[in-house]
Design a protein around this ligand. Structure first.
Ligand SMILES: [Zn+2]
Length: 333
């Protein structure tokens, strides 16, 4: 009787631990080993297909961002996020949607291929998935324009094509995958202040809510990119004044507005590092090009996430706080 009860308690504890484990496991997703293993997969597939690794990395990263934003797909099983449905993989007319035979898959018009040479086309095998996707790209050719057409055929959405191409450029420039670190948007020694203002009513330009955080600081305080990425947009806008938009590798768009000016030489398509100065704090905007001084100088910082269909704004305040905390920690070291 006593032993039975003890057994029951131990079993309960074990079940609880098991129930908790997968959740703690997810937190440590982007480790150095993950980057290394992924990089090896991209490079191996490049050797097999001649598709540049940074395009494979770009699509995979874009798809990883979509999974996070959409959540209607299964959790990523292995290292690769590119997704094929059972009917895409096995062929829409295939009576066996779990088919792993490359020959019958191709007979039924499925795309699934064997990438690691074991004779099996497995929809959950990283090498097979990546090889299948690379084979699709390969058919269009290897020039940048060829890739654009291939990506258009795949996504049928211009913004998705643009984002993947900017990811590819970022990866090509740095030559590795560890590009998800962030930086606070101003130097810590600058005299700045900000609070959570997301969703408040806008003062100018209609009824839209305030999509961002205002960081008040003096004229000319350097504005640092919060992320690695590419300059998607730079120039004048009647609301935002001189503003720059940067796309990071998590498909987020970082919007920096009301600048007094841009960092010299910065232009559309440029690749930037986290912490790199992109412009300077000012009070431009709320009028025709060059308008300034209608409000105290501040950085308007907004974040938008692309989900493959549309883009929406979310509150950057908690992230700003965490990047600021991290910057203080790094400074102490
Ligand atoms: Zn603002």
């Amino acid at each position: 009787m006593h032993r039975n009860r003890l057994f029951f308690i131990v079993l309960t504890i074990l079940l609880c631990v098991q129930w908790l484990l997968p959740q703690t496991g997810h937190a440590a997703e982007q480790t150095d080993t993950t980057y290394e293993d992924r990089f090896t997969l991209y490079k191996t597939t490049e050797t097999l297909t001649n598709v540049p690794w940074y395009y494979l990395a770009a699509v995979d990263t874009y798809e990883r961002g979509l999974r996070k934003a959409l959540r209607d797909r299964d959790e990523e099983q292995g290292l690769i996020s590119i997704f094929y449905s059972p009917s895409q993989w096995a062929g829409p007319l295939n009576p066996d949607l779990g088919d792993t035979n490359p020959l019958s898959i191709s007979v039924f018009g499925g795309v699934g291929m064997d990438g690691d040479g074991d004779g099996i086309a497995d929809r959950f095998n990283d090498a097979d998935i990546l090889y299948t996707f690379a084979h699709f790209l390969e058919k269009y050719g290897f020039k940048q324009e060829d890739m654009r057409i291939a990506l258009w055929e795949y996504y049928k959405r211009e913004q998705s094509v643009n984002i993947v191409q900017s990811h590819a450029k970022t990866y090509k420039t740095f030559g590795h995958l560890d590009l998800h670190k962030h930086s606070f948007v101003m130097p810590l020694h600058a005299n700045y202040s900000y609070r959570s203002t997301w969703g408040a009513k806008r003062g100018w330009g209609g009824r839209r809510i305030h999509e961002g955080t205002d960081l008040f600081a003096g004229y000319g305080v350097p504005i640092q990119s919060a992320s690695y990425g590419t300059v998607e947009l730079i120039g004048w806008n009647n609301y935002g004044g001189w503003r720059v938009g940067i796309r990071d590798l998590d498909n987020n768009y970082h919007y920096y507005a009301h600048l007094s000016g841009f960092e010299k030489g910065l232009k559309k398509g440029d690749v930037v590092k986290a912490g790199q100065v992109v412009g300077y704090c000012g009070s431009s905007g709320y009028g025709k090009p060059g308008t300034q001084g209608k409000f105290p100088p501040h950085l308007h910082y907004g974040m938008y996430r692309d989900n493959g269909v549309t883009e929406w704004s979310f509150d950057p305040y908690p992230l700003l706080k965490s990047w600021e905390r991290q910057a203080y920690k790094d400074r102490k070291k």
